[in-house]
Structures are given as C-alpha cells and as structure tokens.
Design a binder for this molecule. Structure first.
Ligand SMILES: [Cu+2]
Length: 157
C-alpha cells in the first residue's frame, strides 16, 4: 500500500515537472535565444516612397528600387533596423521570392503585411541566416513589392 502511494506521488511530481517544462518552453521558445544573441552583422534600412513607387535605402540615403543588396555570411546573427520614412504603412520581410505572398524566411520580419509600421515608426529584428542562397527582402504589404519595394538578400555559404 505504501509503495502505491510512493508511485502515485512520484508520478505526480514527474507530471508536474513535465508540465512546468512544457509551459516554460512555450513561454521561452528557442527563437527567444536567437533574439537575445549578440548580432554579428547590423543593417539599418529605410523604407518609403520613390518618385514612381516604393523602395528601400541604407538609413539616411535616398529611397530607391531595388533597394541596396544585403549580403551576410551563413550562420551570421543578423540585426535589421527598419524605419518607415514613407507616407504610408510599410514593413520588412526576408522572403524567397519578391512577392508579398512569399513565406517569411529566418523569422526575419519587422511588421507584417497585415500589421505594417505606420509612417515614422521603426523596429528591429535579430535572426540567424543559416541557409546559403539568394533571397529577397520585401515590404510584405500587398502590392508593394510589385511597386518596387524589394532588394536582394544574399546569404553566402
Ligand atoms: Cu510598403
């Protein structure tokens, strides 16, 4: 009888530890560790209007389309600072294609197409670029990449 209680008590303790582990991993997902990592590469990018559409520029420079090519090395912890210097809502996202429906890569986005940054707002993101390739960064607001709001994002192997 006593051993039954002991087993039940152990099962309760183990269950409690397991539940706590689950809730902790929900509260502090692995992504948070990447976000807390010290960036090895930092880019400050403006987004806004050009004469005929939208584009990007290195912070303080003239907005152009396409925006400046961002090149990093595979494994870099990349920090992007993005400021909306335009007159309409914009956001920033690393994607496979220069298409506002293309999935976001490396969780490298600041705002989304549905929740972009209003004019004057800025934000930043830290992510690990760990798959070599030539990708894009875009403004994921529907129609904006087509209007020129994109640039190349290269991850060198
Ligand atoms: Cu935009």
């Amino acid at each position: 009888m006593r051993s039954t209680y002991a087993v039940a008590l152990l099962a309760l303790i183990a269950g409690g530890i397991w539940l706590e582990w689950i809730s902790l991993s929900l509260m502090f997902p692995i992504q948070a560790q990447v976000s807390n990592a010290i960036p090895t590469t930092v880019f400050s990018i403006d987004g806004g209007e050009t004469a005929g559409g939208f584009g990007f520029a290195l912070q303080g420079q003239k907005i152009a389309s396409p925006g400046p090519t961002i090149t990093v090395k595979s494994g870099d912890i990349v920090r992007i600072n993005f400021k909306n210097v335009g007159a309409t809502a914009h956001a920033f996202a690393v994607t496979r294609e220069k298409d506002d429906r293309s999935p976001i890569l490396f969780t490298g986005n600041i705002g989304t197409g549905a929740r972009p940054l209003t004019p004057g707002l800025e934000g930043s993101v830290v992510f690990k670029a760990d798959t070599p390739g030539t990708y894009y960064y875009i403004c994921p607001v529907p129609g904006h990449p087509t209007l020129g709001m994109w640039g190349e994002f290269k991850v060198e192997g």
